[in-house]
Design a protein around this ligand. Structure first.
Ligand SMILES: C=C(OP(=O)(O)O)C(=O)O
Length: 749
């Protein structure tokens, strides 16, 4: 259960109009608002459903009507101080939230049934959120406001979500009123008192540092070590509080903190399980929103004593969000804690581990802290949701190359019953997976096969997508290789073929491969991206030798295209599609570096003999799949970049609908707008579906692209551009994937 005490987003004044109330519901995303009087008394509850019922049941569509007129005055509410069990009893299938009111019906909080989440300012921390990472500055400023501010700056740079400090009122906190010269104090306490007396920031300076945090966009938090400090921090209006392990058993302070109604992050170091359970009971009695941090309060904590597995136990005990406050050396343990479910991570932070004070020695330096943040974010990305196992895009590509298929062991004639001896298992994995063997045996072959031909899903199906003549409002074609060119052209009324050259194909003699044949259609060539020796085309590489190799390879592609051209009678100036380069391995390249990269590409292209051909760079997805692995593409993603390159350097492009849809999703920009802007520069297109940020090459209808919209925009902005359905592995099974795509696309194009 969640108790929300920040009620401002959940209330409207009863006399506010219904439109204001609906606006508030849209913003708070809770599906309701509570109508209160000017003095804050709860009068009614207004849900989405109430508004719908009002409209359907003959509401006068008078949007000036007050929220209270439409709202429901019969609602379930609880008294402030109700226990968690009492609140739980009020929930039902229909009641998913319960307003909590005081004796005078003033609204105090709202209880929600649901996932345990807490809020700190505008941050929501819960099972689905990224970990909230606290840079524990504590007293590592050693009493210097300048150093405190510098640590805040460094925490921001390191990617922390929060910069945390500590506040003590020395006179009320210590039994000797914080007298650091008290000779009767034992050694440990005397050392701590001495440090604290010298290294505390005065309250007004502490507040200046909090202001500085706000200025830099990082949340400030603080641990009050006593009630006097809590009162001072309340006066500043902190968004939440941290309770130190040392105070988990200090129920009066815990209760005082709980009474603020703010989220409490409570460390559990130095406590037994029974003491932790008692603290949870206090927190629940106050219906406080809280996070428990597993912690071993040794400085530094020995790895053998950390007992990270306790995080899971703590989660069960608390029934809420858990985290980890680490005092060990290094940052691997917090990263592991995140993998175990920690949603708050606190680590000490310093500029110099050699400075005076215990905490410095167990603190991370800024570059270590930022490495921890990076590692945590990577682990979070890798955690997933434990749903059903699917095959990822990268695996799918590797499965094609590395896995096995069922292939014909000897020639098979159409109409023949397939026997077990007709089948063998061979790599690559482009055909039916081996476990279909039993299903295949006994079937009647639908086609003639020679030894080594793949069996496909269609050999098990009763109906197969096959080619026919198509009608489109623009020239269309399919991708071909030397080996299937004749077959594809013979199958349907293509206007063009897009010749996909592999680097191996470049060693073949085009004249011999075409055997003197000519075709009454046009030619588009897709240059290889990968050349011999793992060379990936990169016309803007900063390595001049590498770049020159890319230029030379592209010149060879141009020469081959010129040799192919006379065999395609409708080709005046065949376009050559290139993936121009500009990829990176470890992360995206910043926007400032991109213009120079485009200039290098334009310069490389200007060095080519392009007589008789047109080079058209392809629009790119954010994550290309070179060698089945993940890299970053940086160029030809955004509409602005593409338009600038084309208009400045006089090029047209190949618009890959799948790539650009993924790019728009990744860049959080409008795909429709991208199409509108790049349409006028489009010479040729790959029309194919896409999903998410890396699901490319999908069959039409298997992704999320709105093809009706795409067709409408392109009819206006690129009416003459030709296209192919570049379905991944569409050529398999005699082009079944291409024919199915053309079938589906005909309704729009
Ligand atoms: C000492 C503190 O916390 P922990 O117990 O998590 O180290 C603190 O927050 O000041």
């Amino acid at each position: 259960m969640i108790i929300e005490r920040n009620i401002a987003p959940l209330i409207v004044f009863a006399e506010e109009d219904i439109v204001s109330a609906l606006r508030k519901i849209s913003v708070n995303q809770r599906g309701f608002v509570l109508c209160v009087s000017a003095s804050g008394k709860l009068e009614a509850v207004l849900t989405d459903g109430d508004v719908r019922r009002w409209l359907v049941d003959g509401g006068q569509f008078d949007f000036g009507v007050s929220a209270a007129m439409v709202a429901n005055k019969q609602f379930v509410a609880a008294k402030d101080g109700a226990s968690e069990d009492e609140l739980n009893d009020l929930f039902s299938d229909r009641v998913t939230f319960v307003p909590i009111v005081d004796g005078q019906r003033h609204l105090r909080a709202v209880a929600f049934r649901g996932q345990p989440v807490v809020r700190i300012g505008d941050r929501v921390i819960g099972p689905e959120s990224p970990a909230y990472i606290i840079a524990e500055i504590g007293n590592n400023h050693n009493g210097s406001i300048e150093l405190a501010k510098r640590l805040v700056e460094l925490a921001v740079e390191a990617g922390a979500d929060c910069a945390k400090f500590q506040m003590r009122d020395m006179s009320s906190l210590y039994r000797n009123e914080g007298d650091s010269d008290d000779a009767s104090a034992d050694l440990g306490a005397q050392y701590t008192l001495d440090l604290l007396s010298r290294f505390q920031l005065p309250v007004d300076e502490m507040f200046q540092v909090f202001d500085y945090c706000h200025e830099l966009g990082i949340q400030p938090l603080c641990t009050p070590w006593d009630e006097a400090s809590l009162a001072r921090l309340e006066a500043y209006d902190m968004p939440a509080y941290k309770l130190a392990s040392a105070d988990l058993t200090n129920h009066p302070l815990l209760s005082a903190m709980a009474r603020t109604g703010k989220t409490l992050i409570c460390s559990t170091g130095m406590s037994t399980q029974g003491e932790i359970e008692n603290a949870i009971a206090v927190l629940k009695r106050h219906t406080a929103p809280y996070v428990l941090l597993h912690c071993n309060s040794t400085y530094p904590a020995p790895f053998k004593d950390i007992n990270l597995a306790y995080i899971r136990r703590l989660e069960k005990l608390s029934g809420g969000v858990v985290g980890y406050s680490g005092h060990e050396r290094g940052y691997f343990i917090p990263v592991a804690a995140v993998a175990m479910g920690a949603k708050v991570i606190e680590k000490h932070f310093t500029v110099d581990r050699g400075m005076e004070g215990n905490d410095h020695r167990v603190s991370l330096l800024p570059d270590e802290f930022s490495a921890m943040v990076r590692a945590i974010r990577e682990v979070e990305e890798a955690m997933g949701y434990g749903g059903a196992r699917g095959i990822t895009q990268g695996e799918m590509m590797n499965r094609e190359v590395l896995a096995k298929s069922l292939v014909a062991a000897r020639p098979i004639r159409a109409g023949q019953q397939i026997a077990d001896e007709d089948i063998q298992i061979r790599s690559p994995g482009q055909g039916l997976q081996p476990y279909f063997r039993a299903e295949l045996v006994g079937r009647i072959a639908k086609r003639d096969m020679i030894e080594g031909d793949f069996f496909f899903q269609s050999d098990l199906a009763d109906a197969v997508a096959s080619a026919r003549d198509y009608r489109f409002d623009r020239p269309f074609g399919v991708p071909v290789r030397y080996h299937d060119l004749q077959k594809m052209i013979g199958a349907t009324n293509l206007d063009l073929v897009e010749f996909h050259l592999s680097y191996k194909d470049m060693e073949l003699d085009p004249v011999r491969m075409l055997d003197g044949a000519t075709f009454d259609i046009a030619l588009v060539v897709h240059s290889p991206e990968l050349f011999a020796g793992d060379h990936i085309m990169d016309l803007c590489s900063e390595d001049d030798v590498y770049r020159q190799r890319s230029i030379d390879e592209l010149q060879r592609v141009i020469d081959i295209t010129r040799t192919l051209k006379p065999h395609f009678t409708k080709s005046a100036r065949p376009p050559i599609i290139i993936n121009a380069g500009g990829f990176s391995a470890d992360g995206p390249i910043t926007a400032e570096r991109r213009p120079a990269m485009y200039d290098r590409i334009a310069d490389a292209l200007s060095r080519l003999d392009k007589e008789g051909v047109e080079i058209i760079p392809q629009t790119m997805p954010p994550y290309p799949w070179h060698f089945g692995g993940q890299r970053y593409h940086n160029l030809f993603l955004s509409a602005e970049d593409i338009v600038r390159f084309c208009s400045e350097h006089g090029y047209r492009i190949c618009l890959d609908v799948s790539h650009s849809a993924l790019a728009a999703t990744h860049l959080k920009t409008s795909f429709q707008e991208l199409l509108r802007q790049v349409g006028p520069y489009t010479c040729h297109m790959h029309i194919v579906d896409a999903a998410g940020v890396d699901g490319e090459g999908l069959q039409i209808g298997d992704g999320t692209v709105d093809f009706a919209m795409v067709a409408d925009v392109l009819r206006e902005t690129a009416p003459d551009a030709s296209f192919i359905p570049e379905i991944w592995q569409g050529h398999k099974d005699d082009g079944a994937g291409f024919w199915q795509a053309l079938d589906r696309l005909e309704q729009w194009f």
